[in-house]
Ligand binder design. Structure first.
Ligand SMILES: Nc1ncnc2c1ncn2[C@@H]1O[C@H](COP(=O)(O)OP(=O)(O)OP(=O)(O)O)[C@@H](O)[C@H]1O
Length: 242
């Protein structure tokens, strides 16, 4: 195990012995089996691994949506494992943007209003217009989700996630429901968010080719990290071969 003092101060996340067990006794599922990890600030990190290997569980714990059974998870200099529920809520509200496979937009609200919901409660939000322009939907602000394609809806979901100016953007299967051309467009937006806002981005995906746009790729298997590789050369989403 690494000594905490050797970890760069610029790490957005670090975990030590992170363990998650769902259920008890014979029915217990060991989703994470002692994960030690550092995620440097400002990187795009892609998590790959078989179904059930613990990727989403890790994302949910460092994203403050779930709690570990054992071990520690740190965001900058804050120990998430020791936070109260209220503190975790504030952590999510102030620092974390989430994008999921299914966009979870409010069908009765326009793109603008879906994003506005977040900016109304955020600490340091950007203008709703800017968030929608960043994802290339400046002209579609007054459209409802049903008037948009899957890729456009996912871009609204990304605009909603980034409108709070998050320190971290978590994407769980962001292209899972999209065809490859639309998925590529969504990956472009994720790339831009990292480059233009400096947000640290963690992407869980089954689309292994996505790893080519990452700074760092983490391979999971059976609740553990198997390998971590850094890409010397990153590809733009246009260059990725699917
Ligand atoms: N709320 C829960 N209750 C019980 N078991 C759970 C729960 N959430 C996840 N698990 C189990 O924990 C293990 C890890 O699940 P997790 O969703 O983290 O894997 P994953 O690598 O993200 O998989 P996928 O790629 O299919 O999304 C799996 O065996 C899963 O069934």
């Amino acid at each position: 195990m690494l000594d905490r003092n050797t970890i760069p101060q610029s790490a957005t996340f670090r975990t030590r012995g992170l363990t998650k067990v769902y259920g008890e006794g014979a029915a217990a599922v060991h989703a994470l089996r002692g994960v030690d990890l550092e995620i440097p600030e400002g990187e795009i990190v892609v998590l790959l691994g078989p179904s059930g290997s613990g990727k989403s569980t890790l994302l949910n714990i460092v994203g403050g949506l779930d709690r570990a059974s054992d071990g520690e998870a740190w965001f900058q200099d804050q120990n998430l494992s020791e936070m109260s529920d209220r503190e975790l809520t504030l952590y999510r509200r102030d620092h974390v943007g989430f994008v999921f496979q299914f966009y979870n937009l409010m069908p009765s609200l326009t793109a603008y209003e879906n994003v506005e919901l977040v900016t109304e409660i955020a600490d340091n939000p950007m203008e709703v217009e800017r968030a929608l322009e960043l994802v290339g939907l400046g002209e579609r602000m007054n459209h409802f989700p049903a008037q948009m394609s899957g890729g456009e809806q996912q871009r609204v979901a990304i605009a909603r996630a980034i409108a709070k100016n998050p320190t971290v953007l978590f994407c769980d299967e962001p292209t899972g429901a999209l065809d490859s051309a639309t998925g590529r467009a969504v990956l472009h937006v994720i790339n831009d968010v990292n480059r233009e806002l400096g947000a640290t981005v963690m992407v869980v995906t089954h689309a292994a080719a996505t790893a080519q746009m990452a700074h760092r790729v983490i391979h999971f298997a059976d609740g553990q990290i198997r390998t971590v590789t850094e890409n010397d050369t990153r590809l733009s989403p246009d260059e990725i071969a699917w």
